[in-house]
Design a protein around this ligand. Structure first.
Ligand SMILES: N[C@@H](CCC(=O)N[C@@H](CS)C(=O)NCC(=O)O)C(=O)O
Length: 229
């Protein structure tokens, strides 16, 4: 398919190929392009990771409320009809978790994962809890479904319950290692996933996060992480 084909050099005649290779050797590398929606916590994770790593990128808005995620052109980038999607050269990645790991490998500056294997696994486990055990239980499609089938306002207590359950688990897991941030005094992958989830919980779902913050030495500093986007 178009997504998997990679660079199209092999379609060109031999002379043009070498000219193109020379030109691309001199041309500055194109900036990665992020397809994102401002309120999307999944996109927010990627924006924080890009900013922490100091990667210059082009922002392209996909308005979820207008249904732009179902645009056939966008679906070539993410057939799941979700944001975010990242295009970096010939790499097309349509999932925040995959994007975060890709950025970590391709742009090793300001690492998000520690060398220590146990801490690395804990970071990955927490990121996974957010992206498979919390956020999918309150994504736009599900919230709309609950509002339509169960009743107006009925999605809020459901969402609060899912967020509270996930954060209670995370809170237990970070006991003993939390500092200014969840895994210590440095921002790590777990924080890149937790901060947007907390931001959404507080600003959109009126969730009381105070209980879950008592382990952190600086909740205000932690919240400011979510403004890095
Ligand atoms: N596992 C995916 C989930 C992506 C996802 O659920 N994105 C939401 C926004 S945070 C979305 O695009 N929702 C659109 C919809 O539900 O129609 C990821 O982490 O990127």
């Amino acid at each position: 398919t178009e997504r998997c084909r990679g660079p199209l050099l092999h379609w060109l005649p031999a002379t043009n190929q070498s000219e193109l290779r020379m030109a691309s050797a001199e041309a500055p590398a194109a900036r990665p392009i992020l397809y994102s929606y401002w309120r999307s916590s999944c996109s927010h994770r990627v924006r924080i990771a890009l900013n922490l790593k100091g990667i210059d990128y082009e922002y392209r808005a996909v308005n979820l409320l207008k249904g732009e995620q179902s645009d056939p052109e966008f679906m070539k980038l993410n057939p799941m009809k979700f944001v975010p999607a990242l295009v970096d050269g010939d790499a097309v990645i349509g999932d925040s978790y995959a994007i975060a790991l890709y950025l970590e490998d391709k742009y090793p500056q300001r690492p998000l994962l520690p060398q220590d294997l146990k801490k690395k696994a804990l970071n990955i486990q927490i990121a996974s809890i957010v992206c498979s055990g919390i956020q999918p239980l309150h994504n736009l499609t599900l919230v709309r479904f609950i509002e339509q089938k169960v009743g107006t306002g009925e999605s809020i207590p459901w969402v609060q319950q899912q967020i509270d359950r996930g954060f209670t688990a995370v809170e237990n897991m970070i006991k003993g290692c939390a500092g200014k941030f969840a895994m210590g005094d440095e921002v790590q992958l777990a924080d890149v996933f937790l901060a947007p989830q907390i931001f959404a919980a507080v600003t959109r779902y009126q969730t009381d996060m105070v209980l879950h913050f008592h382990l952190l030495s600086s909740p205000q500093l932690y919240l400011s992480l979510s403004l890095m986007n």
